[in-house]
Design a protein around this ligand. Structure first.
Ligand code: B12
Length: 211
């Protein structure tokens, strides 16, 4: 059982698309829990990719290829991660903040929230502050979820919250934030209502904020 996850981990690290797809399928066929396949096989590998990048062993192209390989596996895993909870839990507007192109974590959070019955509007990556404000005015979401993976883009979260204040919308939505460098303390500091370090816990946080 462990073996297939190790192979999946290696395939993501190497950016081996076919290896990623076949090992995800093998793991599913062996009835492994989709959440374990995601966490222990793929997210763990992305963490290792980050470590290698930091150590100077990997460069941007390797990071990008690993990310694409992971996404090819996600396409197979996605239907298995979606739960059967179909009643609407509320509306969520989600995006990666301005200047930031990382979307794997944001997509996972969106996927898990959708699985838990939230209606999702995904603004994508590099989302200007004005777009968060404008779409929130139009769609009246219960929650605005922001992702940032770079220490240089984290301040955009605070600026976005400030813009909601200026637009008179701050008390109409709850903000949840996340991304590898974001912490609970940081989330509190910038006035967010919720934080989670992973996608499954993001669901609990979102549910508690709308209940
Ligand atoms: C893949 C990757 C890339 C890919 C992204 C592809 C894509 N489509 O996303 C590419 C190659 C484009 C890239 C580019 C860059 N990257 Co990069 N990247 C990564 C890497 C290796 C993995 C990120 C990832 O997908 N992780 C897997 C997902 C599942 O995890 P996650 O994003 O953290 O999300 C989880 C939680 O954080 C949380 N979460 C995430 N969002 C949200 C939102 C909410 C609301 C909630 C509640 C929770 C939540 O739940 C998620 C699921 O469990 C990280 C390393 C790392 N340790 O994070 C570096 C990393 C983030 N990158 C880094 C850097 C430096 C860059 C570049 C500046 C490199 C360069 N010189 O060009 C550029 C910046 C481009 C830009 N403007 O955004 C640094 C950031 C350092 C820093 N302190 O700021 C890191 C940490 C690598 C490192 N160790 O140095 N990168």
């Amino acid at each position: 059982m462990e073996e297939v996850l190790n192979k999946l981990f290696e395939a993501v690290l190497e950016g081996d698309f076919e290896g990623v797809k076949s090992n995800v399928q093998t793991a599913l066929d062996a009835n492994l829990d989709p959440t374990n396949i995601l966490n222990d096989g793929m997210i763990a590998a992305m963490r290792e990719v980050g470590n290698r990048f930091e150590a100077g062993d990997y460069y941007v192209p390797e990071m990008l290829i690993a990310a694409r390989a992971m996404q090819s596996g996600m396409a197979i895993l996605k239907p298995h991660l979606l739960q059967a909870d179909r009643k609407s839990s509320g509306k969520v507007l989600i995006g990666t903040v301005k200047g930031d192109l990382h979307d794997i974590g944001k997509n996972l959070v969106a996927l898990m929230l959708e699985g838990a019955g939230f209606e999702i509007t995904d603004l994508g990556v590099d989302v200007p502050i004005e777009d968060f404000v404008r779409v929130a005015q139009e769609q009246k979401p219960d929650i605005v979820a922001m992702s940032a993976l770079l220490t240089t883009t984290m301040p955009m979260m605070k600026q976005t919250i400030n813009a909601f204040e200026t637009a008179g919308l701050r008390d109409k939505v709850k903000f949840i934030v996340g991304g590898a460098p974001v912490t609970e303390t940081y989330a509190k500091q910038i006035g967010a209502d919720g934080f989670s370090s992973d996608a499954s816990r993001a669901v609990n946080v979102a549910k508690s904020l709308v209940s």
